[in-house]
Ligand binder design. Structure first.
Ligand code: SAH
Length: 249
């Protein structure tokens, strides 16, 4: 039987948010490759091989997965959330582009998953109801000046902005800098949401504003959503109307 490689995402955390299509792919796998904590979300059978690695070594992990598939194994690469959003699917294609030309002939597929931004939005209402964008604050793979340029452009265009990777132990100051920059363009009363462990039983939401937000509230499991000028509260929910006139047509 010839090998295959499918890149999947486990969703934001709770089992019900992993899609049935992803579960079916996992059931057919001979080898599972991924960052340890994501692999821990998957129940492995005794006949399935687990290849856990550290979080930082995405390209190495992608190459291992491709080599296993080339050797005829049914390989599944496991990400959190959606595998295409700041995750392993792109790393796999980077490895294909720079690796063994034979890898281009492999059966490689990507299975969509529920990304953190969608789970976080659902915890609070509909903050992504109008135009939005997603920016990762991690500068492991891009310059901080690039992050700043994109934040500025997104703020000037009045997008709702979902911030992935807002903070980690190695990067404690970036969210503060990002919010400060956004505050030079967006109004101080703009809603800022800190959604931790979205889509899990431990989900926790803090609603703040750009003028008062405490960036130290964010950690590696937090998604930060900065509103557009129309983003507002209604009752205990936060939403962004679909149109720029704020739903008052
Ligand atoms: N592929 C993932 C994102 C990987 S980047 C996805 O589609 O969700 C990792 C970042 O995602 C974290 O630093 C955090 O900002 C966010 N994240 C992942 N799971 C989360 C969750 N359950 N709640 C809030 N944010 C989460």
């Amino acid at each position: 039987m010839s090998g295959s490689l499918v890149v999947v995402g486990t969703g934001p955390g709770k089992a019900e948010l992993m899609t049935p299509a992803t579960e079916a792919v996992l059931a057919r796998a001979t080898d599972l490759v991924g960052y340890g904590p994501y692999l821990d979300r998957v129940r492995l059978r005794a006949d399935q091989c687990r290849h856990a690695s550290d979080n930082r070594v995405e390209l190495e992990r992608a190459r291992l997965a491709l080599s296993l598939a080339a050797a005829g194994r049914q390989v599944v690469v496991v990400s959190g959330g959606d595998p295409g959003v700041f995750a392993m699917a792109a790393a796999v294609f980077e490895a294909v582009e720079t690796g063994d030309p034979a890898w281009r002939g492999l059966d490689i597929r990507v299975e969509p998953g529920v990304t953190a931004m969608l789970a976080a939005a659902a915890e609070v209402g509909a903050p992504l109801g109008g135009d939005f964008c997603a920016i990762s604050l991690s500068d492991n793979l891009k310059a901080w000046s690039t992050v700043e340029r994109r934040l500025k452009a997104a703020a000037e265009a009045d997008f709702v902005i979902a911030l992935y990777n807002p903070a980690s132990e190695a990067r404690p100051t970036q969210l503060g800098k990002a919010l400060e920059l956004l505050g030079t363009i967006k109004a101080p009363e703009t809603p800022v949401l800190f959604v931790r462990a979205a889509g899990t039983p431990e989900a926790h939401v803090v609603l703040s504003t750009l003028g008062t937000a405490d960036p130290t509230r964010a950690d590696m499991r937090t998604l930060v959503i900065v509103g557009a000028s129309t983003t507002r509260q209604v009752g205990r929910w936060v939403y962004t109307p679909r149109g720029e006139r704020g739903g008052r047509s």
